[in-house]
Design a binder for this molecule. Structure first.
Ligand code: ADP
Ligand code: MG
Length: 345
C-alpha cells in the first residue's frame, strides 16, 4: 500500500455526485497535483483527505492506517489555502505556533520550532510582525510555515498561489517545491493552472467531472494524453479533422500521412488528430501542408505563429533567433510535422 492511498472515494452532495470512484496512490515524499477546471471536485477530494468532509463511500489510508473515520486533528495533516488565511490579530510567530499551542506543546519547544520554520521560509526576522505588515507572497510563506510547524504526515495545498501576482506566483512555485523536498514531506497540491501543475509536480492527476481522467508524470500527460479532455485541457493543442485511409495511413488537408507502427488509426472513417505547437515547423518537412500566416506573437524566447492550415487556424511555436526575423502576416508558406508527433484522439 502506498503512503497515501485513496480507494474508490465517492462524495455526493444531495443528488450531486461530485467525486466518483476516485483512486489515487501517492508515495512518501511525492508531490502530486490535482489539476482540473473549476467545479471538478479537487477541493472536495482534498477536504476528504483532511477530514473536513466524510466520504459517501471509499477509504483513505495514510501510512498503512485507515483514517477514513478520523477527525481532522487526529490525522496529522497540514493544510494551506488560498491567500488571506492567516489569523489577522496574531503575530507571524503566533500564527506559526498556533497548531503547536493547540497540541499543548510547551513554550520553549514552540519557540524553537517557530524559529526553525521562519528560517525555512526565508523570513527569520519577521516573527513580530502582523499579517497586514507583510506582502501577499510573505503571507503565503507564513501560511506554509504554519502548516508545516506541526510536522504533518501529509501537506495539502489548495490553490495557494492563485491570489498572488504573476511574478511572485512563479517564484513561490520553486520555493514551495524546495521546502517540500528538503522536508521529504508528501504533498497534494490543487490547482486549475496547468502550467503550475506541470512545472511543480512529480505526477499530475487530471480531473474532470469528479473522476481522474489520467494520472501520470507531467511529461506523460502532456505528450501522451489518453483522452480528448486531457489533450485539450493540458497545454495548447491544434486539432485536425482527418480521414483514415486503411490501416496505417491518414488523410489530413488533402495530404496522406503514413503512421508509425505503434499508432492505431484502424478505426476507420473520420477522426481527430492533434499536434502541439512545438511539433509544427515553418517550411517543408516529413509531412508538408500549405499555410498562410495570420498572426505573430513575440513571447520573448518563443515566437508563436498563428497560421491557417487545412481550413483551421493553428498555433506554431519556434524559438526566437536574433538573426532570423519572424515571417510577415499574410505570407503564404508551408508548415510541416513528423507523423510520430501526431496524437490520434
Ligand atoms: P473544485 O475545487 O475542483 O473547483 P469543488 O470540489 O469545490 O471543485 O466542488 C465540486 C462540486 O461540488 C461543485 O459543483 C460544487 O458546487 C459542489 N460542492 C462543493 N462543496 C459542496 C457543499 N458543501 N455542498 C454542496 N455542493 C458542494
Ligand atoms: Mg477548489
Amino acid at each position: 500500500m502506498a503512503f497515501l492511498e485513496l480507494s474508490n472515494l465517492v462524495k455526493t452532495f444531495g443528488a450531486n455526485r461530485v467525486v466518483k470512484d476516485f483512486d489515487l496512490s501517492i508515495d512518501k515524499g511525492e508531490f502530486v497535483s490535482l489539476l482540473g477546471p473549476s467545479g471538478c471536485g479537487k477541493t472536495t477530494v482534498l477536504r476528504m483527505v483532511a477530514g473536513f468532509e466524510t466520504p459517501t463511500a471509499g477509504t483513505i489510508h495514510i501510512d498503512g492506517q485507515d483514517v477514513t473515520g478520523q477527525k481532522p486533528n487526529e490525522r496529522a495533516i497540514g493544510m494551506m489555502f488560498q491567500a488571506y488565511a492567516l489569523f489577522p490579530n496574531m503575530t507571524v510567530a503566533d500564527n506559526v505556533a498556533f497548531g503547536l499551542k493547540v497540541k499543548g506543546v510547551a513554550r520553549g519547544e514552540r519557540d524553537k520550532v517557530v524559529a526553525e520554520m521562519l528560517r525555512l521560509i526565508g523570513l527569520p526576522d519577521l516573527g513580530g510582525r502582523f499579517p497586514f505588515q507583510l506582502s501577499g507572497g510573505q503571507q503565503q510563506r507564513v501560511a506554509l510555515a504554519r502548516a508545516l510547524a506541526v510536522r504533518p504526515r501529509v501537506l495539502l495545498l489548495d490553490e495557494p498561489l492563485s491570489a498572488l501576482d504573476a511574478k511572485i506566483r512563479v517564484s513561490l512555485r520553486t520555493e514551495i517545491r524546495e521546502i517540500q523536498r528538503e522536508l521529504g514531506i508528501t504533498a497534494v497540491f490543487v490547482t486549475h493552472d496547468q502550467e503550475e501543475a506541470l512545472s511543480m509536480s512529480d505526477r499530475v492527476v487530471v480531473m474532470n467531472g469528479g473522476i481522474a481522467e489520467q494520472v501520470g508524470t507531467p511529461f506523460e500527460v502532456y505528450n501522451r494524453p489518453t483522452t480528448r479532455f486531457v489533450a485539450t485541457f493540458v497545454g495548447t493543442l491544434n486539432l485536425f479533422e482527418a480521414e483514415a485511409e486503411g490501416a496505417g495511413a491518414l488523410r489530413i488537408g488533402g495530404v496522406t500521412v503514413r503512421l508509425s507502427d505503434e499508432m492505431e488509426a484502424t478505426r476507420g472513417g473520420r477522426l481527430t488528430v492533434a499536434l502541439r505547437p512545438e511539433s509544427l515547423h515553418l517550411g517543408a518537412g516529413e509531412v508538408t501542408l500549405p499555410a498562410k500566416v495570420e498572426a505573430v506573437e513575440f513571447l520573448g524566447s518563443i515566437l508563436r505563429i498563428k497560421a491557417r492550415v487545412a481550413g483551421t487556424q493553428v498555433a506554431l511555436d519556434t524559438f526566437n533567433r536574433a538573426d532570423a526575423p519572424p515571417p510577415a502576416v499574410g505570407v503564404e508558406t508551408s508548415v510541416s510535422f513528423s507523423a510520430r508527433d501526431l496524437v490520434v484522439l
